[in-house]
Write a protein that binds this ligand. Structure first.
Ligand code: UDP
Ligand code: MG
Length: 312
């Protein structure tokens, strides 16, 4: 079964056209499917449009958020409700072509877990969107070690098991490939078409690229260290402690066997400091380790609140 997940925030004019085209593509595949549109607190009547469509089509499922929580939260909710073994994400604004979906599925069949769209010929303003994205793409590629041309393209296909258990927040949806890579996901890219927005306005501008870059550094940190804070604190603590103890031994040796005074040696102070801070850091590491455990086991709260669902 295929689940198409579509976050939508004030897209009332785009939804009916998208729905028609998507429906045609999905019917032609001859497989079971569902379309999950997550209305991210729209105020323009998007929900009413969806309601009308969903009345006569139970394959169209709607999740309505209580307010605007952002694209990532909407996607996350879509993943939670999705029943398919394949999940496809796309924007509601028709900048992506639903007709490209079979292409993504074909790659998935070759054994990949994630197929990411590449907007080779991107139809967005150059200075405010394309150029910042180029910089962000370069950084993300360097930092994550997952090499794609276009991390920002929302049109992607996933084998659902690779995204099901992820906890998403912030602007993290664009790092899904990087996040899943560490679980061994096989990732590839296919060129997809891209169009200027038909109706409505883009919700993003330049400021977002900076957020994206900060996010990726955080993701990097989360990926590598958050699960094992002992590796950060403990490592430094252990080094300091070893140094402190060794130099203390040396000083004791000097004092006892060579009968020299050690009270005025700078090494004495260094050694005492190293021992104290080494112990401190080690215990900080242990505490942090505990915190991480608690963090992972106590997280029940979702980053969004659902007001209504239809056909779910
Ligand atoms: N979107 C959303 N919540 C938001 C902002 C955007 O669900 O707070 C949806 C929006 O309706 C669209 C997709 O996310 O389907 C991408 O948004 P947009 O087209 O504004 O971004 P751009 O294509 O300009 O990067
Ligand atoms: Mg768009």
């Amino acid at each position: 079964m295929i689940s198409v997940v579509i976050p939508a925030y004030n897209e009332k004019d785009n939804i009916p056209i998208l729905y028609e085209r998507l429906k045609k593509v999905l019917e032609s595949l001859g497989e079971d499917y569902e379309i999950i549109v997550v209305d991210d607190g729209s105020t323009d009547g998007t929900f009413e449009v969806l309601q009308e469509l969903a009345k006569v089509d139970e394959k169209l499922k709607v999740v309505r958020f209580r307010r605007n929580y952002g694209q990532t939260a909407a996607m996350y909710a879509g993943f939670e409700y999705a029943k398919g073994d394949v999940i496809i994400t796309m924007d509601a604004d028709l900048q992506n072509d639903p007709e490209d979906i079979p292409k993504l599925l074909e790659e998935l069949k070759k054994g990949y877990d994630i197929v990411s769209g590449w907007r080779k010929d991107r139809k967005d303003p150059f200075l405010s969107r394309v150029l910042p994205s180029m910089i962000a793409n370069w950084i993300i590629s360097k930092v994550t070690g997952v090499h794609l041309h276009d991390y920002g393209c929302t049109l992607k296909a996933y084998r659902s098991e690779v995204v099901k258990d992820l906890e998403l927040y912030g602007d993290m949806h664009r790092f899904l490939p990087a996040l899943t890579k560490r679980q061994g996901a096989r990732i590839t890219e296919v060129v997809v078409r891209h169009h200027p927005r038909l109706y409505g306005k883009s919700k993003y501008g330049l400021g977002r690229t900076i957020k994206v870059i900060l996010d990726i550094l955080l993701v990097k940190f989360l990926n590598e260290y958050i699960n094992r804070p002992m590796y950060v604190f403990g490592y430094v603590g252990l080094l300091l402690l070893t140094f402190g103890l060794l130099s203390m031994l040396y000083l004791i040796f000097v004092k006892i066997f060579m009968d020299e005074p050690i009270g005025r040696r700078p090494l004495l102070i260094l050694s005492v400091l190293a021992i104290i801070s080494g112990i401190q850091l080690l215990s900080t590491g242990i505490l942090a380790e505990l915190l991480v455990r608690i963090y992972y086991t106590s997280k029940e709260q979702k980053p969004y609140v659902v007001e209504r669902v239809i056909n779910l």
